[in-house]
Design a protein around this ligand. Sequence first.
Ligand code: 13P
Length: 246
Amino acid sequence: MRRPIVIGNWKMNGDSAFTGDHLRSLADKWAGVHNAEVAVCPPYPYLSLASDILEQTNIAWGAQDISVEKNGAYTGEVSASMLADCGCKFAIVGHSERREYHAESSELVAKKFKVAVESGIVPVLCVGESLEDREADKTFDVVGRQLLKVVEHCGLDVVAKGIIAYEPIWAIGTGKSATPQIAQDVHSYIREVLGPEGDQIKILYGGSVKPDSAEALFKQKDIDGALVGGASLKVDDFVDICKAAE
Ligand code: 13P
């Protein structure tokens, strides 16, 4: 059985007052025993605040990216081992916003995935096609290539230590989620590409997940939870999405 998980990706949003209030309220509303696992990824400067507030709770925290380098003269970078040292359980790698705005290649993303696992961090690998790719019927091609780069570089045993997030670019921040069937088709393809190991690997859906769309998505056989952007910034919406994953 794959335990469902919902992860909030705050992107570059919030300040210390927002982070403190939000996390305290989330910890309060999610207290108790739950089937679904919950985690949040605030911006780097607020990770220590997350650690202070969430340490004694059932909510984990993670980073939105990691450096591919282990340490040294890399100004502005943050290593996976530093994040592990700060209590991060997860790190998102290969988000489409990083692939696009920071020219991250699938090769680089594959290396980041491996470095994360080596440092004891669970990488959350984002894959997904653009609208242009989808309209040209290249979704499986694009997603398959992004995934196979990581499998080739790391091996399936290492990939099995991470989480995959299918995030179609056209659904991110647009309010236009993939339908449950569209998402399920790609999730099932991803599982097929992963082979026998694929059965244990969690595959999350991301892209305009809201409280009213979450349940139908989570009912799909190969959807194990969500990577939530905008709706993770509203505590009640995020908690409703987490409840839908139970
Ligand atoms: P939205 O939920 O705002 O569409 O963002 C999804 C996302 O990019 C999560 O990583």
